[in-house]
Structure formats: C-alpha cells, structure tokens
Design a protein around this ligand. Sequence first.
Ligand SMILES: Cc1ncc(COP(=O)(O)O)c(C=O)c1O
Length: 453
Amino acid sequence: MNPAQAPVRRPELRTALPGPRSAEVLRRDRAALATCYTRPFPLVPDRGQGVWLSDLDGNTFLDFMAGIAVSTTGYHHPHVAAAIADQVGRFLHICLTDYAQEGTTQLAERLLAHLPGDRYRAFFGNSGAEAVEAAIKLARHHTGRPYLISTLGSFHGRTYGAVSLTGSKANYRRGFGPLLSGVVHVPYPNPFRPPLGSNPESCGRAVLDYLERELFPTVLPPDEVAAILVEPMQGEGGYIVPPSDFLPGLRALCDRYGILLILDEVQTGMGRSGKMFAFEHDQIQPDMVTLAKGIASGLPLSAMLARERLMTWPEGSHGSTFGGNPVAVAAASATLDLLEGGALHPGLGTSLIDNARIQGEWMLAELRRLAADFPAVGQVRGRGLFLGIEFVSADGAEDPAVRDRFAEAAFRLGLLTLPCGYSSLRISPPLILNRQEAEVGLELIAAALRAVS
Ligand SMILES: Cc1ncc(COP(=O)(O)O)c(C=O)c1O
C-alpha cells in the first residue's frame, strides 16, 4: 500500500511512563551499570520499526532523535538487515590490520568518491571519538606541529584525546585532568549568541579575526599549529549553523598558515544535512573528515578520511582490532545504497539524502510558522533533518528550564527529542521520515509547546 493511503500512525501509550516492565529494568540498570549514564528519559526499548520505537511495555514512540542522529535508515531497515544477515552468514571478524577485506575496500572507495577535488584515503574505527583520535594523531604526526585548535561548544568524544578537544560541558573534563596539552579553544560563531561583541552576520569573521589578530601574534604561533578541528554545524553544542562565510574563511586561514582543516562530520555527515557531508553546503575542501553515527545505521563503525598526501604515518603506527568490522561495514554499504538512492526506501521514491533535504526544508518552514505563535521559541534553525529549536523566556533570554519541560512534555506525548546546547533542542529523526510522520511529529511539537506555554 502507498504510505500516502495508509492509516496515519500515531504514538500509542498504553501505560503510565515508565510501565512496570520498564520500571523494573530501570531499577536494575541503576544498580548494575556505571554511574556515568544520564538516562534523561525512562524509556527501555524493546523493538523498533521505521521511525517508531516501542518499549518493553508496548508503548510506541515517534522517534525524532534516532539514537542521537545514528539510526539513519530507521530501526530495522530490510535492506540493511539483509546485508548484515548475509555477512553474518560468511564471517564476523577479521582484523583489518592484518588482512584486507573486499567489503571494506569497496566501502572506502565509495566514501572517497564523495569527496571533492583531491585523492583521499580512509582509516576505519568503531566510534566517533576513535575517528577524532586518528585525525589528531595523523595531524600531529604529519605536520610535526604540537598545537590543536578547537571550538567552545564543540563535542568530539570522550576518550582522552577527543575530550581534550571537546568544548561543550565542564562536566566532561572535571576531575579528569590533565588532558592533552597544546589544545586551544576559540568561540564558535553562533548567530543566536554572537561571540566577541559581534552580530549574527559578522560572528564568523569575528572568530577568524580573533584567531589571526589576537591569538596568533600573542600565544599561539600559527606555524606550530597542526590542525583546526571543527564541526561544520555544531551538534551537541546546540544544532548551530554558522554564517556562510565562516568555513570558507577558515579554509583560507588554514591555507595561509599551513594548518590542516579537520571537519568533524560525525553528527552532520552521512546525508543528515540534505547533502552527504554538511561542508558541501559551503563548497569547501577539508583536509580530513571524521564520520561515525549514521554511517552504518546503528552498528559501531567510524571513518577518518584524509588527503592522500597526508597519509604519511608508517605501517603499524596506528590501528584497531575491531575497526572496520565486516558486519558493520556491510551495514554501512547498505546504508550508502539507500543514502545515494541505488536502493530506494519503499514509498519514498527518492534517495535518503534527497528525502532529508525535502522533509527538512518542509519541517523548517512549518516549525518557523509554529514559532510565530509560541514566544518560548526564540529561533528555529538547521539544514535537512538536522534541526534545532532555541527556547527563550518572556524577556528573550535563553531558557534551559522551558526547553527541558518541553522535552519532557513531548516524551509524555510519545515524541522522542533531545536537548542540546544551553537552551536548545535537537530534531534529528531517521532519514526515512515521510511527510505523514513529519506532520504527526509537528502536531506533537505543537501540543508540547502548548503544554509548556
Ligand atoms: C560531532 C561529534 N564528534 C564526535 C562524537 C563522538 O562520537 P562517539 O560517541 O561515537 O565516540 C560525537 C558524538 O556525539 C559527535 O557528535
């Protein structure tokens, strides 16, 4: 049946939340698991289908967060599941450090074909943090320079190297020092909260000027900077889109000083922004790109892509036992089929990248229309299915409390969303979202806004 004619599916909440089976697991979970897990919502998933996630008590939620922008193809895509099953039937593991593997070679070739203008090579890991570790190690190794620049509000992972570059929460660092030395954070150009006395239009240039006119002549010799690591749109920091002159300006600045530009596309990449990589919106060429999250529809896989001329580290100098696992790689290849449109998701008739753009443009316009009726919404922004809502109080100041109440209200209505940044909320559904599901999500967002207004 054409989904347009199918009955409209809505969240189904059968019990109070959490239901009894979920509550029991949550109680045991609190006793058995490490204390670092946050558990913002009392949801214990049991099964997923498309953009719908059901808990142990049979409550079904519409998912607008996709396991933090991971479940690109939904929870159980038949094309991805078949590719996984096929690989499981052949072999589960081979260490990429020792043996080449046809599927991984093919995946590397396919990913590299999406990069513009130069030859690149791929390194595979298991998580976003591992891709970031690989990038900063390669940057230092290749340039022989010690310093690394990152941005405030950024998230790059929690391993020691990655967390040293992460700049979003003091909680990630408190008690863990000393971290990696030689890391300097500069503001991210957030047009909603322009840094350095700038305004929404000038904030990109203000950050570049700060680097070049303030830091480079005083405390950070640019000829000793190996790389700048930056998210093309900030994820954890608040789903922020920088002004369009920022990334081209940063590319030019890197070129002037021989600094490598590493774009962390762990959250923004793999079609989420309506293009394969978010940097394509600004038509720049990175020196390295890090990918993870949506790359394999939920199986653990990451990639660090670097220009061929930078891949100068010697054999054995870096590696990973599980990185590039063949089952995860099979899932990634099937995910790419759907992203590129070589295999079509039933009922959509487009590639998932085009779908992210089409549904995202529609949702952005609808959310902006909705925002006009709700003063608690200070701004709606984003690209593709990477959408951020900024919450403010009556006097226009950022309001994390109302954002948190909104996320809670949405959850109680059966819609999964996730806070990010100081007072914003991310909307990052699976890229298979169809218009009907987007409409249901918007109705629930409107209902949650009414509940907190
Ligand atoms: C931009 C970015 N980089 C890196 C990471 C770290 O990824 P992982 O949690 O897989 O280590 C994240 C995770 O949220 C991210 O959003």
